[in-house]
Design a protein. Sequence first.
Length: 548
Amino acid sequence: MISEDYISKEAICQTPWKGPLSKSHYKAIGITLTLCFALSLATNSHFYGSDEDEVSTGSQASTQEFALQSGEYLDDDTPLTQAFGIESKKGQFENYDDSLSDDLLADSDASLDKEVSDLAQKVDKDDSAKNFDSKWVTESVQSGDNISSLFEDLNVPASTLAAILDNKKVAKSINNLKIGENLSFLVNGKGELLVFIKPINDKEQLRFFKADNTGKYSYVREKLGSYEMDDDATVAAKAVAAAPAKVEKSDKADTKSATVLADNKKAAPAVDDTPKEMSSAKRGRLVVVNIEKGETFSQAANRAGVTYSEINKILQMFKGKIQFSRNIRAGDTMRVLFTDSKGKGKICAVEFKLSRGGKIASYLNTQDGKYYDERGLMATRSAGFVRFPFRGRVKVTSQFNPRRLHPVTGRVRPHNGVDFGLPVGSVVTAPADGVVDKAVFSRTAGYYIVLRHAGGVSTVYMHLSKMSVKPGQRVKQGTQIARSGNTGISTGPHLHYEVRLGGRAVNPLRVKLAGGGAEINTKARRAFAASVQKYKRELYQKNLMAKR
Ligand SMILES: [Zn+2]
């Protein structure tokens, strides 16, 4: 069996390499090309690989080696001189056709782009996700990246990066990128960056956030990975970003408010008319809340040492399962288990014992940081997103580029997707579960499809030869939706593929959708089941409670 380690999918989007090649590189590339050619003959010009994003099990060194090839996938048609970067091949694969009028040159013209974007913004009625227009995404730094190119992949306005770099003291750390480090972004549908997280060393990260609606960014320096990128954080970040600017603050006050925010990042307490929050410092790993007569759930919980942001989190956890104002009465109990003692750490299990409703519990799945009931992991698991809407690997013929300039006219002609050099008739599959929004013909895009997925994500497929789905139809991840083609304005067979967040195009090859691809495998399910058993025991271990 031929190993396919020789090119990782991540290598597809490496920037072209320009320097001279060593002998061993030539050798390696030569071998690769031979293998590719042999394989292409054997598989009818297709390179099948695993559907998984992380197919490469090779060492860092071998990945690097092949990343040194041109940025795009090489096939046997590519002249060696170009393959080795000896001849400039910039724009070679771009789908421009200069004999066409200017407004016909783009893959997606302005009106089509607006239409697709509008479709992409629609909320899926079956998807109650309140944060449909905001999404956490991460990008890993690769060689050749710089901070502006990473922002560009997300299609975030350049002025945003400028506003972040306005924090002069840390501007240097922002520009200092390390290969493999993960940058996280919370972007809303309007393309506004709400939160940006940048590691600065192996222990710390900078978290930038919009502290008010003025467009400026504040930041905190905090422990690496200490900020949870979950729905609560999204809600809190949106609330903070929309707040009106505070008047006249000294520098000191600024720092202070940032620190408070860091401690209380999930702000927005459920109950704000209560005078003082009880300190959590004296609690143990286990907190048992007894609801007494005349007390609300929140009051009882806070009296026992659960903070309001934690109470808010618990309310979210049991939304739709417990009606707090009605189901909870005096005599009911709640047990909360934390990861650490003395009021520190995060919640790892919550169990209610209700006179009406019996026992109901929620447990932390450390894998994704989310809470599930004992069997919930199976029921709510989503198949996530796979990187490519087809099987196997193909060369990228034109990269995502929101600021692409037309070579002749010099005008900005954004390329809102990525072009894959798929031969006509190749099977196109849904990268995630979704609903078909559009499956029609347009003069420029040819036969094209728009799929809408959960969480405000949608995907677009253009220049198809055959459509296998109809508008309104639900599709599962991996279902065939079309066959690729060369319809509309296109200079050769290819699939134009777009990923949009809340209607805004982002780089499909770079952006990792939070939770996407993180399929809950058997191993993870077993690990979760084991934790649940442990949590269940600990919820009743008296010695984990604080001594009074
Ligand atoms: Zn395209």
